[in-house]
Design a protein around this ligand. Sequence first.
Ligand code: 13P
Length: 262
Amino acid sequence: MISSRSVIIAGNWKMNYGPKAASHFAMEIVPKLGQLTRQNPGLLCILCPPAISLSPVREVMDTMPSPRLELGAQNMYFEEKGAFTGEISPIMVRELCTTVILGHSERRMYFGESNELVHKKTLAALTYGLRPIVCIGENEAQHQAGQTEQVIHTQVQGSLAHLPTELAKDVVIAYEPIWAIGTGKAATGKDAGKVASLIRQLYGTMYGDESAVALHILYGGSTTSENCHHFFSHPDIDGALIGGASIKHDFVEIARKANTMV
Ligand code: 13P
């Protein structure tokens, strides 16, 4: 972490907590996260519940507003409106959220999302003033075969090339090695840091040093309050995108640890 970039602790609730449960859980954690983020302006926490639960979580957040506690969607389509059954648009997301997760490996894997589609969505998010958290990462076989660098290169180029340069600095990239997601087998801080440095370097060749320095890079994959400091201590890692631990109170613990390291 370096001081000029904020530390972002984002919780991807995935397909957990419908409207009632989400509201209940938000009532428990929002006051604590609000207090942490108010204490430390360098810390930004983002909750990303399922689309159907965005509104109730927003309502809870609005009862105790904190400027550095934000709401994010887990996905969206790139069109503004129209006949796209089941999708939500950037304009709709923008009504409630500041952020949207895009190209998560589960969307790439189960819903066939390509780099090309993720690119369109990223451009749409930036155009409509949303902060995209774009996920990339190699799978187990690629990891074993030593292809991580190549995969990262292809995904960064494919998902993030040709964005307007003035908007490129607003992107957040989450490095989430697929073999580490939900397995309890997190990457080491050193390995994750190495990939984060590679991403920043690559971004610099695409958009220049200023954008590369401004770019936020998060680590994701079996992050807990026990292991998070390994990631947060690396200068190229600016926080975490958290799955399993984000639907528990451990999320507050992780934010608390991040808070002490900003
Ligand atoms: P886990 O923290 O459950 O491994 O999930 C990471 C993730 O996929 C966040 O987007």
